[in-house]
Design a protein around this ligand. Structure first.
Ligand SMILES: Nc1nc2c(ncn2[C@@H]2O[C@H](COP(=O)(O)OP(=O)(O)OP(=O)(O)O)[C@@H](O)[C@H]2O)c(=O)[nH]1
Length: 511
């Protein structure tokens, strides 16, 4: 959990206030002081913190509250809504669509902020949603930028464009757009140069690339560690190009992230994603209410359902649209029936499982990937086993990974792969047994092709889901009846915003 310290400090303040015998001015004052301290420690600007405190005091006027009013609840709600207001710029960002013309998104930011890495993560995010994204490296300032982008793009299987010879970023950007448009990309992402500090040359280059490519969205990438200095940095970039959204990176390592997020909101720019690690999958959609909800340990049911949907959607999309290239191709094949599982596709399903993190349990809806791999309450062991299997597969050849013939892995290859991966022979054998079991099961399965989400969700074993959901989550969705209604809604209606549990502000559109 990012900002774990801030979240636990605020939660502790609220718990302390709630357990006070009487909720009076003193209890409220202590609670607010603690929250103030936590926000300042997270490098939130002093004026912002003072505003949050004053607004909570305005909402919670203890003297005027009618007798019998639940003061604790009112304070908790006020804190929740003020934290949301602090992080909400009140402005939506452009969301790429699969319209007639490809969407063009340009990334800007200082050197080392994580631009190049985030471009690839962003592309991967939309690839998973059924887009055909591509990357252009218009960073001619840093030697090695093109190689880095190329490497990331290859890893994420995203088409790319760049040049070792051309030194004019504008020419590269224009040529890249032209080439990738012709190749059928529907989301073209342009990575631009960064500098060590804000300087005229950087801004001029950004302006020229933007003028020549006319992006639908300019994303400013900044590093969370700068905290409240994000305000000045975001303003400076906004004055040079029309920044439409912000991605705050390195939220995994910085307590200052709270300050950075609130400072960006103060510039009226929406934060659309946060970077939570160096890995390609460490990019989280940033939605204010669910974020604050999780920060305060109140969960995020809509997000939970989204996670399920992220895994199930590509199969539905693929079943509906043969032209799409969803990330989860195995699920797409499953829609055709008679799937011949390869070790590589098993590897990809493992990646999905790991991405789901602690709620990997929910993936019990994926046929076969159930108790043996991620038994209830044993997420850690299950994940360790999956990682072990993946390390072993990393030492196998492409031919072995892409084959459906387990006999390729003869005794000498098993010994060789064990040595190469630093694992024991018995581990390699266990992995191959797992593969055979899954291959057999998947070969007999078929997801109905013509039934969109509703068919897929009907296919999920709801009983299994009920058994595996943590009790508090089940309670939060309204028990078994509520869960069934949610699944039904998920089948017939893709708009998750309608499922937001309570609250008065609609969450921004899911990206
Ligand atoms: N921990 C963590 N590291 C990140 C994150 N995003 C990027 N990084 C790391 O930050 C470093 C710099 O990232 P780059 O993508 O090269 O930065 P850049 O902004 O493209 O740099 P220039 O191309 O020089 O402008 C790399 O080591 C990345 O792996 C993140 O969300 N968390």
């Amino acid at each position: 959990m990012v900002l774990a310290h801030l979240g636990s400090s605020i939660t502790r303040a609220l718990v302390r206030m709630s357990s006070a015998t009487v909720v009076d001015e003193k209890a409220l004052g202590d609670c607010l002081n603690e929250i103030t301290r936590a926000l300042l420690q997270s490098d939130v600007r002093f004026e912002t913190v003072r505003g949050v405190q004053a607004n909570i005091r305005n909402i919670v006027s203890l003297d005027t509250l009618a007798a019998g009013t639940n003061k604790r609840r009112i304070i908790q709600r006020a804190v929740f809504s003020e934290l949301c207001a602090m992080l909400d710029p009140g402005k939506p960002a452009f969301v790429p669509t699969k319209a007639n013309k490809p969407s063009v998104v340009m990334f800007v930011g200082l050197q080392g902020s994580g631009k190049t890495t985030t471009c690839a993560k962003y592309a991967r995010h939309y690839h998973r949603k059924g887009f055909r994204p591509s990357l252009v490296c218009a960073d001619t300032f840093r030697a090695g930028a093109f190689d880095q982008l190329k490497q990331n793009a290859t890893k994420a299987r995203i088409p790319f464009y760049g040049s070792y010879m051309e030194s004019d970023p504008v020419k590269i950007a224009v040529k890249g757009l032209e080439t990738l448009r012709k190749e059928g990309s529907d989301l073209i992402i342009i990575d631009t140069s960064g500098r060590h500090k804000q300087e005229a040359a950087l801004f001029e280059e950004m302006r020229q690339v933007a003028q020549a490519t006319k992006p639908d969205l300019v994303i400013f990438v900044m590093d969370a560690s700068i905290g409240q200095a994000a305000f000045g940095q975001a303003q400076a970039f906004k004055q040079s190009v029309s920044v439409g959204a912000v991605i705050v990176t390195k939220m995994d390592g910085h307590a200052n992230g709270g300050g950075a997020l609130s400072a960006v909101a103060a510039t009226k720019s929406p934060v659309i994603f946060i970077g939570t690690g160096e890995h390609m999958d460490n990019l989280e959609v940033f939605d204010v209410k669910p974020f604050v909800s999780r920060l305060l340990g109140m969960g995020d049911v809509a997000g939970l359902i989204h996670k399920i949907q992220d895994v199930v959607m590509p199969a539905a999309a693929a079943a509906d649209d043969q032209h799409q290239q969803p990330d989860n191709q195995l699920l797409a094949q499953l829609a055709q029936g008679g799937t011949l599982l390869t070790l590589r596709s098993m590897y990809e399903q493992f990646q999905y499982l790991l991405k789901m993190g602690p709620i990997g349990q929910l993936l019990s809806m994926l046929p076969g990937f159930t108790s043996e791999l991620m038994a209830k309450g044993q997420d850690k062991e299950g994940q360790a086993k999956i990682k072990r299997y993946m390390t072993i597969m990393d030492s196998m050849t492409d031919a072995e990974l892409d084959s459906t013939n387990p006999k390729l892995m003869n005794e000498s290859r098993v010994i060789r792969v064990a040595r190469g991966s630093g694992r024991q022979v018995k581990d390699v054998r266990a992995m191959l047994e797992e593969y055979k079991r899954l291959a057999k099961m998947w070969s007999k399965m078929k997801i109905p092709k013509n039934g969109k989400m509703s068919h897929l969700t009907q296919n999920m074993n709801i009983q299994h889901l009920i058994k595996n959901l943590p009790p508090q989550v089940l309670k939060q969705v309204g028990g078994i009846g509520g869960l069934q209604a949610l699944m039904k809604q998920m089948g017939g209606n893709n708009d998750m915003t309608k499922m937001d549990p309570g609250g008065d502000r609609p969450p921004s559109k899911r990206r």
